[in-house]
Ligand binder design. Structure first.
Ligand code: BGC
Length: 764
């Protein structure tokens, strides 16, 4: 029988309500025993279950659970079904470990490759991140376990992460930093959303009425509860008013008391508190519908972790050496071959059930080969020529050198940003020295975010990006190197040539408490496109052991209404000798728009598996939002009628086919002309044109007479040597009229007032 939440609220005392809205311990909410309200148990997340032995306390080591690959690797799979499967496995572990809500996924945008937590986030593209997050959440929640979509919002760096004020304009928020949250909320209704630590445009995310109440709850229809990031609340009462339902962790007696007093003094409406209580109770009782019991299948989940790792690893370079074919002497170099580097530091750190050791996995797949090993680099930042010399000597004596290079944790973790995108000095010197004596060198990277490679990539035969690959990653690497798995991951973020090229470079990481998102919409490939700048590896890029041809691209209509959208189909053929998977990407380019737009934006994708010679037709629907942009003056997503190019691509830099379609806008937009509107804006609006057009024609004629002479609109041979009308076009109508006051029948301000009345009374 469904729990009668309203009746529980009616019976709760003010103190009990206030207490429910702040945690009782490190990982639990406050139970109300007399009313049979149990505690809700939460655990990190996101890529494994970090269940503490005692849920009421912080601890360093959690119970064993499967450590799946971190989000950079997950995103590179571009495989929504697989992410759903991962979600189900995570839920099974939550059920076995007695966890009600898993604290993930994280969908913040990778604004800069320096972000310390980039390994925990999916992408630089909001569409891709949103799709993956929605599938992750549906996977977990389909089994009756909750998720926490985090960290809402504009939490894109670790520098001063508890306090920094992220200054982001409205359009950039709506088009870049919010859509992944929006998509996940609308498509998957996470049970909880976790607000971030930082401020957004001057207000703490934990108190942000606009972000929490207006956008998340009212506009997107979020039904769950908003939980604070651990320790993100400064003012409990302001946070409740702002829409933050649950403060974590607890206990925080003083905060609870503040809420009680605020209600008693009338500073806080009890209805606001009740609403948060209702949201929290709904989730608690929903969670308790899933009994927490049993065990999870350790081996099956380990296998799944390996499978996901193999799907997410990205083959960046291959001169034909891979897959390995019968090499007898194999030199394995690099300490990460023996000590797998498979996850990042911080709150997402999982105590794995077991770990596939990369070196051992190689050995079991090539029993006839002879292996040698050199550690290659130390755990710290010291430079050790002796280790390089030893590596060179084993590399020299072998048929092939496999260099396992892991970015050390002191360079990449939660809590601080990276100072650069470089490997260590030792690692760079090691790769160069080995490649010099052994042209058959493969570099296998473990890192959570892009590293620079220009210093050495030209010297090596192949590079495999294997990310923070999770506990099964060691076997995935071996499968790929020996061709038992065909690499099929593609980058979910651009790899830049150098740090100075990156979009946020001159606005990073901010100072004096604020960081300005000065690059606006232009992060990731949107930036490199706009700057026409070369990159090391573009967004969406990844190699395979086979090749794919695209043909027969079509759209379901040539002309379509924005509300209906349009569907793209394309045939993809495996033109090589081995089975493989291709990730097809669809980008949209608006040929002409009133506001500036990125050159192209990802609006659809599909991963398809093909046997040699096989062809499949894939179909990708594009909806209203695929063509729309957020207009800050309308405060709405709008479309503009006209031509759009649909780019069918193998990566952001490898466009295979382009189709042009015509969009008919069905929107009836209100008139946004106001006293400050320029003449250009008046003329661009059909209502403005109707009302002011005739007067403009007269003005133009006058101007010609005065400044230009003859038939020339351009007065270059006239009195002031400039195009006077172009200058007027950029001025507010009222200001232009001010100069012509003497010739007008009434005061310019009254005149504009009259025009405005007319345009605002007209229908769109
Ligand atoms: C992190 C969250 C995490 C929470 C609980 C915070 O410091 O930012 O991602 O879920 O701690 O461990």
């Amino acid at each position: 029988m469904a729990t009668d939440i309203q009746s529980i609220i009616t019976q709760m005392t003010l103190e009990e309500k206030a207490a429910l809205c702040t945690g009782a311990s490190a990982w639990t909410t406050t139970p109300v025993e007399r009313l049979d309200v149990p505690e809700l148990i939460m655990s990190d997340g996101p890529h494994g279950v970090r269940r503490m032995p005692n849920v009421h306390a912080m601890a360093l080591e959690s119970l064993p659970a499967t450590c799946f690959p971190t989000a950079s690797c997950l995103a590179s799979t571009w495989d929504v079904d697989l992410i759903g499967e991962l979600g189900q496995a995570l839920a099974e572990e939550c059920i076995a470990l007695n966890v009600d809500v898993l604290l993930g996924p994280g969908v913040n945008m990778k604004r800069s490759p320096l972000g310390g937590r980039n390994f925990e986030y999916f992408s630089e593209d909001p569409y891709l991140a949103g799709e993956l997050a929605a599938n992750f959440i549906n996977g977990v929640q389909g089994k009756g376990v909750g998720t926490s979509l985090k960290h809402y919002a504009a939490n894109n760096q670790e520098f001063e992460r508890f306090s920094i004020n992220a200054e982001v304009d409205e359009r950039t928020l709506r088009e870049i930093y919010l859509p992944a949250f929006e998509k996940a909320v609308k498509q998957a209704q996470p049970w909880t959303v976790m607000c971030s630590y930082n401020k957004v445009n001057g207000t703490f995310a934990s108190e942000h009425h606009y972000l929490l109440n207006e956008i998340l709850k009212d506009e997107w229809g979020f039904e769950g509860l908003v939980v604070s990031d651990w320790g993100a609340v400064r003012d409990r009462v302001a946070a409740l008013k702002g829409g933050l339902d649950l403060e974590m962790p607890g206990p925080q007696e003083r905060r609870v008391q503040a809420v009680v007093e605020a209600v008693r003094s009338g500073q806080l409406d009890e209805a606001v508190l009740d609403e948060s209580v209702r949201r929290i109770l709904r989730i608690i009782f929903k969670a308790k519908e899933t009994p927490k019991q049993g065990e999870f299948d350790v081996d099956a989940h380990h296998q799944l972790a390996s499978k996901i790792a193999a799907e997410g690893m990205v083959l960046l370079k291959n001169n034909g050496l891979l897959p390995l074919k019968g090499q007898q002497q194999i030199a394995v170099i690099g300490r990460s071959a023996e000590n797998a580097h498979f996850q990042g530091g911080g709150s997402s750190h999982i105590n794995p059930t077991k770990v596939a050791v990369p070196f051992k996995e190689l050995q079991t797949r090539a029993e006839d080969a002879e292996f040698t090993y050199a550690e290659g680099y130390p755990t710290d930042s010291s430079f050790r020529q002796d280790m390089i010399d030893q590596a060179v000597s084993v590399a020299q004596a072998a048929d092939v050198a496999l260099l396992y290079i892991a970015l050390p944790t002191f360079k990449e973790s939660e809590g601080y940003d990276r100072p650069d995108i470089d490997l260590t000095e030792q690692q760079i010197a090691l790769i160069k020295a080995v490649a010099q004596v052994q042209p058959q060198t493969v570099v296998v990277l473990n890192n959570g975010a892009p590293v620079a490679m220009s210093a050495w990539i030209g010297d090596v035969a192949a590079v495999l990006e294997s990310w923070m690959m999770g506990q099964g990653g060691g076997s995935a690497i071996a499968d790929i190197l020996f061709g038992r798995a065909n690499p099929c991951g593609k980058l979910a973020e651009t790899f830049p040539l150098k740090l100075a090229d990156t979009p946020a470079h001159i606005n990073w990481p901010g100072e004096a408490g604020r960081v300005r998102y000065g690059e606006g919409l232009f992060i990731g490939y949107r930036y490199y496109d706009a700057k026409k700048m070369p990159v090391l590896f573009p967004f969406g890029y990844g190699l395979s052991y086979t090749t794919f041809a695209y043909s027969n691209a079509k759209t379901s209509a040539q002309t379509f209404k924005d509300a209906d959208g349009v569907t793209v189909t394309v045939d993809v053929t495996n033109t090589g000798d081995v089975a493989g998977k291709e990730i097809v990407q669809v980008y949209v380019h608006d040929q002409q728009s009133t506001l500036v737009r990125p050159q192209k934006e990802l609006k659809g994708f599909a991963k398809v598996e093909l046997q040699p010679g096989e062809t499949k037709t894939i179909s990708i629907p594009l909806d209203f939002r695929a063509f729309a942009y957020y207009h800050p003056k309308y405060k709405a997503w709008i479309t503009e009628a006209g031509e759009f190019d649909i780019l069918i691509a193998a990566s952001a830099a490898d466009i295979r086919q382009i189709l042009t379609v015509t969009l008919e806008s069905t929107l009836k937009l209100p008139c946004i002309l106001d006293k400050e509107s320029t003449i250009r804006e008046w003329l661009a609006d059909p209502r403005g044109q109707a009302v002011f057009g005739p007067a403009y024609a007269q003005m133009e004629a006058e101007a010609r007479k005065m400044f230009g002479g003859g038939d020339e609109r351009y007065g270059t041979d006239g009195t002031i040597g400039m195009d006077i009308m172009e200058m007027f076009n950029e001025m507010p109508l009222v200001s232009v009229l001010m100069f012509q006051q003497h010739a007008l029948p009434m005061h310019p301000e009254d005149m504009v007032e009259g025009f405005l009345k007319q345009v605002h009374s007209m229908d769109a």
